[in-house]
Design a protein around this ligand. Structure first.
Ligand SMILES: [Zn+2]
Length: 622
């Protein structure tokens, strides 16, 4: 089949904002919730297993419809964040979902309060619902009374949710001006990205400076939005719900022990030197004494050759099929059903994501395809997510979604499969070298960078409790960058605004460590794959097809992995250390195509130790 860049088709969800089916779905949920409310009287400790399961099944049926409504509003908004119909539907759905949640809240509250013995009796009979039910009970110590929970749900609609929608609406309409071939162009953030990661050193610097010029202009507003988000997080989770820390809220939602996340963060900090070594090596290949922050993602060879979308799609699908034909077929479905929005449009959400809605529905994928090698990797990444959900389609609506720490497994593994294919086929040494360097660039963006975001979030949340200003947060962010890069990279001052440009820290505080978790896990899995060959595949597919039906630690322990052991995380870094050593053996090309021009930043001989502020640049994580 032919593959072309296009918009997705949301018709499988609903045919439009005014479709009778959409209105019917709202009405249907309302009716089901009314009937669910009738079950309240049946809830007692001696409840029959079948009665109990009927209630859980009814709740799942409602959740399925709500998921579709949610998806339709969210995906419509992502497709055009400036569309007023989409904006108002998002508002309506948030409000509606909160009201429905409030009317059904009694069930989870009762379930959390139920004595251990009866809970165990019911869970033992609940099959695939078990882990879902277990998870609800984990939150027992942090649950408030029914009226309090209801007020929080309602105030969330116009509080944090509205704030985040506003952040998205403001930042997605930014226009970046860049002089290209003597002509000033107006670009979206996605269109700016190729210059940020491109072969031209001056353009890289200008693109980064323009990116942060625009964000800095709104810096005080965006900073204030972040402070509000963090204060709300603290007020609710620490003051009211008695979590021990801002981070542990995410850890419990991820069902990952605090010590595993602490081990991951500590081991990462300890291994930042691997990346410092890498950046110093990369400077040689790029042809400069020292990398500027702008140059981190610079290609080391050739100029970025563009990939036609059609070729990109085929490469990704072929690489998946080479691992296992079934994986290729699943990814193919996303194309066949037009569930992929690859086009660049003004107002469309930047970056990329995959949305899985109900177990049997093929997930929806959004990317912004500009034809760079990195976009091909992003395509592999997001399709990896889709495959993950499809492999888990035999689970319930409550348990097919992988939990966050495992959510980046298939996506990252998908990128590795693509790289493997590219390396196997590419004969040109220069291009091969570029691919290998890109792999390290990605490892940086996924591991070190994300963990330092999480470390910043931890500091920032604490600082905001002490009334820190936006400027103080920016200063803390610069300190964070200095520690992250050591003396390996020149930082320039505008990078102090990078943090206000990272949607994740607004949307889902502490989400970012899941990327590092996933990447290091995949390095370890990939190492096993290389050692074990075909016999590894069933083990890998089993991890994916578990979806979110078990605790991450349990799913992984079946594959012989202990996530609380620092040695496990160190194993991932050992792979990276080996990769850098391999790169260090490569000859330095005398005439690198991507030679950086002399920088305008304070450079030259950098005094030992002191990392001087240079000009900035940012990469972004999908
Ligand atoms: Zn991802």
């Amino acid at each position: 089949m032919a593959y072309s860049v296009k918009k997705w088709d949301l018709g499988e969800l609903f045919s439009g904002y005014d479709s009778p089916e959409l209105q019917a779905a709202f009405d249907n949920v309302d009716e089901q919730v009314t009937s669910f409310e009738g079950a309240r009287g049946k809830l007692n400790p001696d409840i029959e297993v079948e009665t109990f399961l009927d209630i859980v099944r009814a709740s799942e049926a409602t959740t399925r419809i709500v998921s579709k409504i949610y998806a339709f509003s969210g995906l419509s908004f992502a497709a055009d964040t400036q569309d007023q119909n989409a904006q108002s539907l998002v508002g309506r759905v948030d409000q509606f979902a909160a009201e429905m949640q409030n009317r059904t809240l009694f069930f989870s509250l009762w379930w959390k309060e139920l004595d251990e013995k009866n809970a165990e009796r019911l869970m033992n009979a609940s099959g695939d619902y078990r882990y879902y039910l277990e998870e609800i009970r984990h939150f027992k110590p942090h649950t408030l009374s029914e009226p309090e929970e209801k007020v929080i749900n309602l105030k969330d609609v116009t509080g944090p949710s509205a704030l985040i929608n506003l952040y998205d609406a403001i930042t997605n309409r930014y226009v970046f001006k860049l002089k290209v071939n003597g002509k000033v162009q107006e670009l979206t953030r996605a269109q700016l990205q190729p210059f940020i990661q491109g072969p031209d050193a001056n353009m890289r610097a200008q693109a980064y400076q323009e990116l942060y010029r625009v964000y800095a202009a709104d810096g005080p507003i965006l900073g204030q939005m972040y402070q509000t988000r963090a204060r709300d997080w603290h007020n609710e989770n620490i003051n009211l719900r008695k979590f021990s820390s801002a981070l542990s809220v995410r850890n419990l939602a991820n069902d990952v022990p605090d010590e595993a996340v602490n081990a991951l963060m500590e081991v990462t900090k300890k291994n930042s030197k691997i990346f410092h070594r890498y950046f110093k090596l990369k400077a040689k290949h790029v042809g400069v004494k020292k990398l500027r922050r702008y140059d981190i993602y610079a290609p080391v060879a050739k100029s970025d050759k563009p990939f036609k979308y059609e070729d990109a799609a085929k490469m990704v699908l072929d690489s998946f099929s080479a691992f296992d034909p079934k994986i290729g077929e699943l990814a193919q479905r996303v194309f066949d059903q037009d569930h992929l929005d690859s086009e660049i449009r003004k107002g469309k959400q930047g970056g990329a994501f995959c949305a899985s809605i109900t177990p049997e529905m093929t997930p929806y994928v959004l990317i912004n395809y500009t034809g760079r090698a990195r976009d091909v990797a992003t395509l592999a990444h997001e399709l990896g997510h889709a495959i993950h959900a499809m492999l888990a389609s035999h689970h319930t609506t409550f348990t097919f979604h992988s939990s966050l720490p495992l959510a980046e497994t298939a996506s990252t593994f998908g990128e590795m499969m693509l790289t493997e294919k590219l390396l196997a086929e590419e004969k040109d040494e220069a291009v091969r070298r570029d691919i290998l360097f890109k792999q390290m660039d990605d490892a940086f963006a996924t591991v070190l960078r994300q963990i330092y975001f999480a470390l910043f979030e931890r500091d920032a949340h604490a600082m905001i409790q002490k009334n820190a200003s936006t400027d103080e947060l920016s200063a803390a962010y610069m300190e964070n960058l200095k520690e992250q890069f050591g003396d390996s990279v020149e930082l320039s001052d505008e990078f102090k605004w990078e943090w206000v440009s990272i949607p994740h820290i607004y949307h889902t505080p502490f989400y970012v460590y899941a990327y590092a978790f996933g990447q290091l896990l995949v390095f370890s899995l990939y190492k096993q794959f290389k050692a074990e060959g075909d016999s590894f595949k069933p083990k890998y597919l089993k991890i994916l097809s578990a979806g979110g039906s078990e605790a991450p630690a349990r799913i992984l322990s079946e594959a012989g992995i202990n996530i609380s052991d620092p040695k496990f995380w160190q194993g991932g870094f050992d792979v990276l250390d080996g990769l850098v050593s391999e790169l260090e053996k490569l000859p330095v090309d005398a005439k690198p195509a991507a030679k950086a021009k002399p920088t305008s930043s304070p450079k030259g001989k950098t005094p030992a130790k002191k990392a001087k502020p240079a000009k900035g640049k940012a990469g972004k994580k999908k």
